[in-house]
Design a protein around this ligand. Structure first.
Ligand SMILES: CC(C)(COP(=O)(O)OP(=O)(O)OC[C@H]1O[C@@H](n2cnc3c(N)ncnc32)[C@H](O)[C@@H]1OP(=O)(O)O)[C@@H](O)C(=O)NCCC(=O)NCCS
Length: 326
């Protein structure tokens, strides 16, 4: 038995912030941001919108598409690094808001790779028969942990949520085929939120030093990302005895257009096969992969049997790839 992606959904908050608005906050300009990243605008959550609010809206759309009653969901797994509270999990809050009592619910912390990690976990539950379905969510409000005076990071991020419903299938030609995950903890220092955890709990010092905001060595992240994404994509395709030529579509974490162009170039996959939306949303962290999947799906890209290659990388560094037959 395999798990099948039976429905997708996504949600972006209403407020759109174009690059021109960031020119007023930091020493940057629209041309630099577009040339170096491909990003033109991002959506930011309102003051009254937390990660769970975005996630619930995306989830209801995915559940409707899959024709699954929210009360019948048996597992809720959420990739996020910006839960509503340090604890309990965003997944528990979301379960409550969906009015569901049946599902066990937990978060996965793998930054921008969070939804791929969540998908890998959910796939195991559904494909093994342990649960009859699973709701996989990627949701983040990185705007809440972004330093809006740091031009190295604030130009990149946006808020959003995406969701996928997994159900079992006996059809050997369809479903989530192979997913591979990787982590390199030696790379923690190049992308992290240093303050506000148990190492440096919240204090006036944390606030003054702004250590509760995302810190990033962009050049290092860039280098690691291209190599890691290429390797894990090749790994999942090889495991399924597929080649890059068999790939019909690519759904990739929308970090930076140049990272994706370089990765696709190395894989010799035409860029036209990869759905892009970072010009509208920026890097939405764990939300990126399921939001992108949902946009491509609703645009009618996928037909049953199509080979779809998914990839993501984020802080940790944590990364991976998945090959799916729609
Ligand atoms: C962040 C990133 C866009 C920076 O692009 P880059 O080409 O590496 O740029 P550099 O950091 O080398 O900086 C080049 C120049 O632009 C300047 N610069 C940096 N940020 C700038 C900004 N927002 N606006 C204008 N100029 C900027 C730098 O100061 C530097 O100037 P100098 O040449 O006078 O020293 C790029 O490294 C990146 O995308 N990295 C990956 C980040 C990522 O995806 N993170 C999330 C992963 S999940």
């Amino acid at each position: 038995m395999r798990s099948l992606i039976a429905g997708t959904g996504s949600f972006a908050p209403a407020r759109v912030v174009p690059n021109s608005e960031l020119e007023k906050l930091v020493d940057t300009n629209d041309q630099w941001i577009v040339e170096r990243t491909g990003i033109r605008s991002r959506h930011l959550a309102g003051e009254d919108e937390a990660t769970s609010d975005l996630a619930v809206k995306a989830s209801l759309r995915a559940l409707e598409a899959a024709k699954l009653d929210p009360k019948d969901v048996e597992a809720i797994i959420v990739g996020t690094i910006t839960p509503d509270y340090p604890f309990p999990s965003a997944a528990a809050v979301i379960q409550g808001k969906l009015g569901n009592k049946k599902a066990f619910a937990f978060d996965v912390s793998a930054a921008c790779a969070g939804s791929l990690y969540a998908l890998a976990a959910a796939d195991r539950f559904v494909a093994s028969g342990a649960t009859r379905n699973a709701l996989v969510i990627g949701a983040d409000t990185l705007s809440r942990i972004t330093d809006w005076t740091d031009r190295n990071t604030c130009i990149l991020f946006g808020d959003g949520a995406g969701a996928m419903v997994l159900t079992p299938t006996d059809d050997p030609r369809r479903g989530v085929l192979t997913t591979r995950l990787h982590t390199d903890g030696a790379l923690v220092p190049i992308l992290l939120q240093p303050g506000g955890g148990s190492k440096e709990p919240f204090s006036q010092k944390v606030l003054d030093s702004k250590s509760h905001y995302v810190k990033m060595n962009g050049r290092e992240v860039f280098k690691v990302a291209v190599r890691a994404l290429e390797e894990s994509c090749r790994e999942v395709l090889t495991a399924e005895k597929l080649t890059t030529g068999d790939v019909k579509y690519v759904i990739a974490h929308q970090a930076n257009k140049r990272i994706l162009d370089a990765t696709l170039d190395r894989l010799e996959i035409p860029a036209s096969k990869c759905w892009m939306n970072l010009e509208k949303y920026g890097n939405t962290s764990a939300a990126s992969v399921p939001m992108t999947l949902d946009e491509a799906n609703r645009a009618g890209w996928f037909q049953p049997g199509d080979v779809i290659l998914m990839m993501a990388i984020g802080g940790g560094m944590a990364w991976g790839a998945s090959v799916v037959r729609w």
